[in-house]
Design a binder for this molecule. Structure first.
Ligand code: DON
Length: 305
């Protein structure tokens, strides 16, 4: 007999597969090539069981979802006081790519907007002969099902068109939020956004957060226990761009989305959700992804509050 959870996922997939609202991201030319019909939903439980329907093993770029996890690595490298003195935890109310820095010290409002994520990359240490991107790739891979690699075409496209992010990088340098020449940090950020995942990886990353930082599929410790709440806290307040308030009101789960069409959502102590569908709404969130998560929260009573 099919599990009731699989049936719920199948129904949701069927309900929204024919929804054609939204538009795939095209501000990075390479992202515009994705098939808008791709659609996958996966739930990973804290004991490592996966329920999946649709295109859950199709690879796409993680984009901004990486920001939540690399924030965990920066906290592990530098400690909470050091990081929060340079990167805030307040929703900005601005678009993800706004040049939005606090008046006074120039600190980005939070690590989920580009300014905060670029600053976060700068907090990650080069260590033991490894570059920042080596360490970020390994850290994110420990949270996923297996080793992640970089989509070189997307990376090139990001780097060739990332003029606004470069402007942000130099502003951060101006305020000493970044304490070195920002070029390497910006390339690290572009590479981090270009890491390839699938929908099942997203669910396992979410389940790793739900499981206090221990990957429930591999059994490996991926995120230091003491920083899991920091990551979840900032996802809950800032993870869905300037739709974060609506999201936490309606879905009630810490989450992060990316312009590749992925959404990762966490029910702490219980499970992780990954949804992949490339067409985005005006805020940059996956249209089907939002619908699926709203329905899932209602049908499986997942809202935390
Ligand atoms: O910085 C960019 O343009 C993208 N690579 C960021 C991607 C994204 O998902 C938007 N995020 N908040």
């Amino acid at each position: 007999m099919k599990s009731p959870v699989t049936q719920v996922l199948k129904n949701l997939h069927q309900r929204y597969a024919s929804l054609h609202d939204g538009k795939v991201a095209d501000y990075i030319p390479e992202l515009a090539k994705v098939d808008p019909k791709l659609f996958g939903i996966c739930i990973a439980t804290r004991d490592g069981h996966l329920y999946e329907v649709g295109d859950t093993r199709h690879k796409f770029t993680i984009q901004s979802i990486s920001k939540a996890l690399s924030y965990g690595l920066a906290l592990e490298d530098r400690g909470e006081d050091h990081v929060t003195s340079r990167i805030g935890v307040e929703p900005s109310g601005d678009a993800f790519n706004a040049i939005s820095l606090k008046p006074g010290n120039g600190a980005p409002f939070n690590p989920m907007i580009n300014a905060g994520a670029i600053a976060t990359c700068g907090q990650v240490l080069k260590k033991d002969g490894q570059t920042r991107i080596d360490r970020i790739r390994e850290y994110l891979s420990r949270c996923a099902i297996g080793q992640l690699d970089i989509d070189e075409d997307v990376y090139r496209s990001e780097s060739q068109t990332g003029h606004r992010n470069r402007a942000i990088g130099w502003m951060l340098r101006n305020f000493d939020i970044i304490e070195e020449e920002p070029r390497d940090i910006l390339e690290t950020y572009f590479q981090q956004c270009s890491l390839r995942v699938n929908c099942a990886d997203l669910a396992v990353m979410a389940a790793t957060l739900a499981n206090q930082g221990c990957n429930p599929v591999t059994g490996e410790r991926a995120i230091a226990h003491e920083y899991v709440d920091n990551v979840l806290g900032v996802m809950a307040s800032c993870g869905m761009y300037d739709w974060s308030g609506e999201w936490i009101y309606r879905v009630g789960l810490p989450a992060k989305s990316g312009v590749g069409g992925g959404i990762l959502a966490v029910l702490p102590g219980q499970l992780g959700i990954g949804v992949f569908s490339p067409p985005l709404d005006d805020q940059g969130n996956s249209v089907r992804g939002i619908k699926v998560c709203m329905d899932l929260a209602r049908e499986l009573a997942l809202h935390m509050f």
